[in-house]
Design a protein around this ligand. Structure first.
Ligand code: NAP
Length: 286
């Protein structure tokens, strides 16, 4: 069994992004063509004081600084009116010095998350959540941005030269941010994909047929000796167990002796998500 080391790999990728950002050409167009953007500039909007969101935003800001991407955090009170937030996003869409916009989720209940996602310009949508980016991925067009977590997982698999073509990939979870885009991206790479969710019967039997398992549930779901020999197991889940310790969806001790590759939690998908987001934030579109 080999560990897919997300921490080490993410550092390598961040180093590459840093070189790319400081090179004469930043992102997809030259800086002079980037409508005034000298360097990539990510604006992160934080609404309210959710402690977890604050930590995520701080980590994104730190990663941006590390690779030389300018970052600005705009904070709003939790009781902000929806229109004020939407107006700010429109202002940032029209600001040529801003190249990426990210609104940290979750949002307070008076704000319609979908309206927020729809308002961000697809060319600045570093999370890859805008329907234009989602639709482009679904119909086989290149999106401006892929969602960070599945893109980070593919970056990790690529670094370890794990081929996907012709493999049976089982994705557990069908969220818009992980499961569904992961399945689409694996399809794009010519894997045969099965998507499982809370209504899937015989999950254990399906997992046993997988060459690649991606579990994105948030519960201990891959527990028994249910993986195929030499399979690749990607654990996206991250939550606290009953003792308050961070854990993932996969029972690492039981599953790891059988599989060929596995991601640890923490230190697997988490750091790759940040590196992947920084890759997105380093892109500049007009
Ligand atoms: P989510 O929106 O809550 O989706 C969870 C998915 O799991 C749903 O599709 C649900 O099915 C499915 N599910 C629930 N119980 C199941 C069961 N018993 N059997 C099979 N499927 C089941 O979660 P998410 O946002 O995708 O996140 C999933 C996990 O990944 C969480 O622990 C989250 O913290 C973690 N995460 C980590 C990163 C990272 O960077 N490391 C990034 C994103 C998310 P239904 O659709 O039928 O309800």
């Amino acid at each position: 069994m080999n560990i897919l080391d997300g921490k080490k790999t993410s550092e390598k990728i961040l180093e590459r992004i840093k070189k790319r950002v400081s090179a004469p050409l930043a992102g997809e167009v030259s800086r002079s063509d980037a409508g005034g953007a000298e360097i990539p500039h990510l604006v992160v909007i934080l609404v309210g004081d959710n402690p977890a969101s604050k930590v995520y935003v701080r980590n994104k800001q730190k990663a941006a600084e590390k690779v030389g991407i300018k970052s600005t955090v705009i904070e709003f009170d939790s009781n902000i009116k929806e229109q004020i937030l939407l107006d700010k996003i429109i202002e940032l869409n029209n600001d040529n010095t801003v190249t990426g916009i990210l609104v940290q989720l979750p949002l307070p209940e008076q704000i319609d998350k979908n309206k927020v996602i729809l308002t961000i310009s697809p060319k600045k949508d570093v999370d890859g959540f805008h329907p234009e980016n989602v639709g482009r991925l679904a119909i086989g067009m290149e999106p401006y941005f892929y969602p960070a977590t599945p893109q980070g997982i593919l970056m990790l698999l690529d670094e370890y030269n794990i081929t996907l073509e012709g493999k049976h990939a089982v994705v557990i979870g069908r969220s818009n941010i992980v499961g569904k885009p992961m399945a689409q991206m694996l399809l794009k790479r010519n894997a045969t994909v099965t998507i499982c969710h809370s209504h899937t019967p015989n999950l254990d039997e399906i997992i046993k047929t997988a060459d690649i398992v991606v579990s994105a549930v948030g519960k201990k779901i891959v527990r028994c000796k249910m993986v195929k020999k030499n399979s690749v197991v990607i654990d996206v889940g991250i939550f606290k167990d009953t003792n308050g310790k961070l854990t993932g969806d996969v029972d690492f001790d039981i599953v790891s002796p059988t599989c060929g590759f596995i991601t640890p939690v923490p230190g697997g998908v988490g750091p790759m998500t940040i590196a992947s987001l920084m890759y997105n934030a380093s892109k500049v579109y007009r």
